[in-house]
Design a protein around this ligand. Structure first.
Ligand code: PLP
Length: 387
């Protein structure tokens, strides 16, 4: 009976393919998981202390809907210093419950029924479902291993219609680890400007790049006024459970998002906001420490897959690698199920991130080097057994 009451929009979306494997792995004994994109480091101690002290000293009430002014000021200083983008803390920044909330608010704020939202794939799992829940249509834009999983201006151009409203992407990318060079972004920006398309740029992995500088879409000429920059604390500062992110952009868009946010959320958690000020003002050396460790793991894992004979593109950002398993003659879903059964190692099928992820697996290296090495031995044994 209840089933009939559920909305067709909700019924039309599938549960996250990442959680599915995580739940299976959690229910089995002795599994090594390289499945989840969550830092294994604890939140740095001074940030945790700032959260605890805020409960003891600063109270536990709501903040302003848009977040503490002190935090918005810290975000503004941080973005200018790190990525050369300027936002006015009074009306261009909204503090959200993770980057996840910001993506949802942005799409709900701009999408009218039937509007098309371009979603370069393989990609983080929330964009297409959020576009659909907002009443829009998600249009996948495939990216390919031969292009290092970069998005190209040509691939976008061919998919633009009069209904195209926005594009939403994350670079550095989850699940491929791909990054965009400034020149790639400039070419894309040209096309998006010509067709008046809003960019929703999820830059949550901006701090986690290896041997390359992160370029923010909003820093490019003519793009500040047509880009919503989303970021958060989960990945760089290892603060997943604090549930804190933010969105920065043109005033009317931030105002529109604030309207939804004030009805459904009120404000992001107060103690997390105080902790985040400490993170932005003093936490960057710890971020750099963690980044260096991810970089070491990145070398180990990429080499490990290449030694097994798999093609493994070199990820230059985030903390994932994306080896190709299509030569083994099974789907990525079958590969992951069989690997879990045979060797108790959990990784995620590339197909969970869109059709163009088929033939690949996403392996997270946000795990200890010991777990990574153990998992590599087991995956190698599994692959050799398939021959
Ligand atoms: N955006 C991307 C690209 C992600 O990979 C993730 C988490 O995996 C999120 C957003 C979610 O971030 P948050 O914890 O800030 O909601």
């Amino acid at each position: 009976m209840i089933d009939k009451m559920l909305s067709t929009k909700v019924k039309s979306i599938k549960p996250s393919g990442i959680r599915k494997f995580f739940d299976i792995a959690a229910s089995m004994e002795g599994v090594i998981s390289l499945g989840v994109g969550e830092p294994d480091f604890p939140t740095p101690a001074p940030i945790r202390e700032a959260g605890v002290n805020s409960i003891l000293e600063k109270g536990t009430r709501y903040t302003a809907n848009v977040g503490l002014l002190e935090l918005r000021q810290a975000i503004s200083r941080y973005l200018e210093k790190r990525f050369q983008v300027e936002y006015d803390p009074t009306d261009q920044i909204l503090v959200t419950v993770g980057a996840s909330e910001a993506v949802d608010l942005a799409l709900r704020a701009v999408v009218n029924p039937g509007d098309e939202v371009l979603v370069p794939e393989p990609t983080y799992v929330s964009y297409a479902p959020s576009a659909i829940l907002a009443g829009g249509v998600a249009i996948p834009v495939p990216t390919y291993e031969k292009d290092d999983f970069r998005l190209t201006a040509d691939s976008i151009r061919g998919l633009i219609t009069p209904k195209t409203k926005a594009i939403v992407f994350c670079y550095p990318n989850n699940p491929t680890g791909a990054v965009m060079e400034k020149a790639d972004l400039l070419a894309i920006a040209d096309v998006l400007r010509q067709h008046d398309i809003l960019v929703i740029a999820d830059e949550i992995y901006a701090e986690l790049v290896y041997g390359i500088e992160h370029t923010s879409m909003a820093s490019l000429p003519g793009m500040h006024d047509r880009t919503l920059l989303i970021n958060g604390f989960s990945k760089a500062f290892s603060m997943t459970g604090w549930r804190l992110g933010y969105a920065c952009g043109p005033v009317p868009l931030v105002e529109a998002m604030k309207k939804i946010h004030q009805y459904v959320i009120m404000c992001a958690p107060t103690m997390s906001q105080w902790a985040a000020i400490e993170a932005l003002d003093n936490g960057l050396p710890q971020v750099e420490e963690m980044r260096k460790q991810y970089d070491q793991r990145r070398h180990t894992i990429v080499q490990g897959f290449r030694d097994m004979g798999l093609s493994c593109f070199e990820p230059k950002g985030a903390f994932y690698c994306f080896p190709r398993i299509s030569d083994l003659g099974m789907t990525s879903d079958a590969f992951c199920n069989k690997l879990l059964e045979a060797e108790k190692v959990a990784v995620v099928p590339g197909s969970a991130f869109g059709e163009s992820g088929e033939g690949f697996i996403r392996v997270s290296y946000a795990y200890s080097i010991e777990s990574i090495k153990q998992a590599l031995v087991k995956i190698d044994r599994f692959i050799q057994g398939q021959g």
